[in-house]
Design a protein around this ligand. Structure first.
Ligand code: SAM
Length: 236
């Protein structure tokens, strides 16, 4: 399962050193109006939620995440925004008090990788097939009929290393697995390895992903027209 405990203290530094473009991601989300009841699945340290909250101070927003140490950082970051509620939840046991009009994941529980002209590939932080079903079944209970699920799009993963803003070196290494891939994340301070995290990801072809999601009432609509950060599924 996608536990980020080992990375959490360095996550913000790595991500804001050019890994994700948070303002652009939120531009994409805000195309979905009215932007009222919004759920982020796998909100991590709250970098997306902070950007949303600054621009949409009255929206009712909920973030869930599996990793407590990531949520602790999110809690601090978002303490001045009373409209944002956070809770530690595994999507496979999701239990919320209300339904949301819009649910999204950007690099969270599920996301898409698009490599050039190839078909999108669904990537899941959950390797087990049955648990992917359970997660989507649970999620479907908390997205209103007629609402949307947006799953973020990223470029292909590859091995590389690069310095981040504090001078440390971030590197990642990808290895194939039977049903997906393993990704190793490292952070090195000169000769010291200060962080090492390994996650096993499950992947689904686009046809299988559309079928998997449709089983739980999430029907593929489009790659959102005005931007290219999310694929869009309508809850029917
Ligand atoms: C790459 S981070 C993305 C965080 C955030 N969306 C962002 O853009 O910075 C992935 C997050 O998904 C969470 N996650 C992975 N599997 C999960 C699950 N089964 N249920 C809930 N959260 C999960 C991890 O704990 C981690 O914080």
């Amino acid at each position: 399962m996608g536990d980020y405990t080992k990375m959490s203290n360095y996550y913000d530094m790595i991500m804001t050193s050019g890994y994700y473009d948070y303002p652009a991601i939120v531009d994409g989300l805000l195309n979905h109006q009215p932007f009222e009841n919004v759920l982020e699945i796998g909100c991590g340290t709250g970098l997306i939620l902070e950007e949303i909250a600054k621009r949409q101070p009255h929206a009712n927003i909920r973030g869930i995440d599996l990793t407590q140490s990531m949520l602790n950082i999110a809690q601090k970051r978002l303490e001045s925004f009373p409209n944002i509620k956070l809770s530690r939840q595994n999507i496979t046991e999701l239990d919320l008090e209300q339904q949301y009009r819009l649910a999204f994941s950007y690099g969270g529980v599920w996301y898409f990788v698009i490599d050039g002209d190839k078909e999108p590939l669904l990537v899941s932080h959950i390797y087990d097939e049955q648990l992917n079903h359970l997660g989507l079944e649970n999620l479907s209970k908390f997205v209103q009929i007629g609402g949307k699920l947006l799953l973020g799009i990223q470029g292909p993963h590859h091995d590389y290393e690069k310095p981040i803003t504090n001078g440390m070196i971030y590197s990642q290494k990808i290895e194939p697995l039977e049903l997906g891939f393993t990704k190793h994340y490292y952070l090195d301070d000169k000769d010291d390895r200060v962080m090492a995290q390994t996650i096993h990801y499950r992947t689904y072809s686009f046809a299988d992903a559309k079928q998997l999601l449709a089983n739980y009432g999430f029907v593929y609509e489009s790659r959102a027209k005005t931007h290219c950060h999310f694929l869009e599924f309508k809850r029917v």
